[in-house]
Ligand binder design. Structure first.
Ligand SMILES: CC(C)(COP(=O)(O)OP(=O)(O)OC[C@H]1O[C@@H](n2cnc3c(N)ncnc32)[C@H](O)[C@@H]1OP(=O)(O)O)[C@@H](O)C(=O)NCCC(=O)NCCS
Length: 175
C-alpha cells in the first residue's frame, strides 16, 4: 500500500508523499527543530522543547494497521528533508476510531500539502477499517479549521481551556 506520490507545490518544488518508514526517525528529529513555537503549540498543545529519542522512534514506526503515518518530504540526491507528517493512531485494538494529528514545518505551510497528506491518510485509514477520527486543536488555530473545512463530515466542539475537540467521519470526508 506504500504508493509513493510526487506532487508539485506552489513554489514549484516536488514533494514526495509516502508512508513513514523507520529510517525517517532522524528526519523527524531534524524536522522538529524547524518548527516555530506557534507551530509546536498548535501541534502539541504546548511549547514542547524537544522530541525525545523514544518519541521519534514511535513516530517512525507505524504498523500500518493501528498506527498509520504519511510523510511529506523533499527527497532529491542533494537534499533529504522531512517537511510534514499526518498520523492516526487507533483508539484501541478493533476500534473503528483513531486519533489524528498533522504538522507541516512553517516554511511549507499553506502550499496545499496538508490537504494532500490528510486525503491520503484518510484513504489509507478507511482501507484498514478506521472510519472515524477524533482530534484536538487550539481554538485560535484558523489554519487547521480551514484545512478541515475542505473535507465534509467534520464537527468542532469547544472543550474548554482554549481547546476544540474535532470529530470526523472519513466516509463523508472523502465524498
Ligand atoms: C494546520 C496545517 C496542518 C495546515 O496545513 P497546510 O499544508 O498549511 O494547509 P493547506 O496548504 O493544505 O491548506 C488547506 C486550505 O486551508 C487554508 N489555510 C491553511 N492554513 C491557513 C492559514 N494559516 N491561514 C489561512 N488559510 C489557511 C489554505 O489556504 C487552503 O485553502 P485553499 O485550498 O482555498 O487555498 C499547518 O498549517 C500546520 O502544520 N500548522 C501547525 C500545526 C497544527 O496546527 N497542526 C494541527 C493540530 S493537530
Amino acid at each position: 500500500m506504500n504508493n509513493i506520490e510526487k506532487i508539485t507545490i506552489k513554489n514549484g518544488e516536488t514533494v514526495t508523499i509516502r508512508q513513514v518508514i523507520p529510517e525517517d526517525k532522524e528526519l523527524f528529529i531534524k524536522g522538529f527543530k524547524m518548527l516555530s513555537e506557534q507551530t509546536k503549540r498548535f501541534r502539541f498543545m504546548s511549547a514542547k522543547k524537544e522530541l525525545a529519542d523514544k518519541e521519534a522512534e514511535f513516530y517512525a514506526k507505524p504498523d500500518g494497521k493501528n498506527h498509520l503515518a504519511i510523510s511529506a518530504g523533499i527527497e532529491t540526491e542533494q537534499k533529504q528533508l522531512g517537511i510534514g507528517v499526518a498520523r492516526i493512531v487507533r483508539e484501541s485494538e478493533g476500534s473503528d476510531t483513531g486519533e489524528f494529528a498533522i504538522v507541516l514545518v512553517d516554511s511549507y505551510q499553506q502550499m496545499g500539502i496538508g490537504k494532500h497528506l490528510l486525503t491520503r491518510l484518510f484513504k489509507d485509514s478507511l482501507a484498514v477499517g478506521i472510519t472515524k477520527v477524533i482530534g484536538t486543536m487550539r481554538v485560535e488555530n484558523k489554519g487547521m479549521e480551514l484545512l478541515l473545512k475542505k473535507f465534509k463530515g467534520f464537527q468542532f466542539h469547544h472543550a474548554g481551556s482554549g481547546l476544540m475537540e474535532i470529530h470526523g467521519d472519513l466516509e463523508k470526508a472523502l465524498l
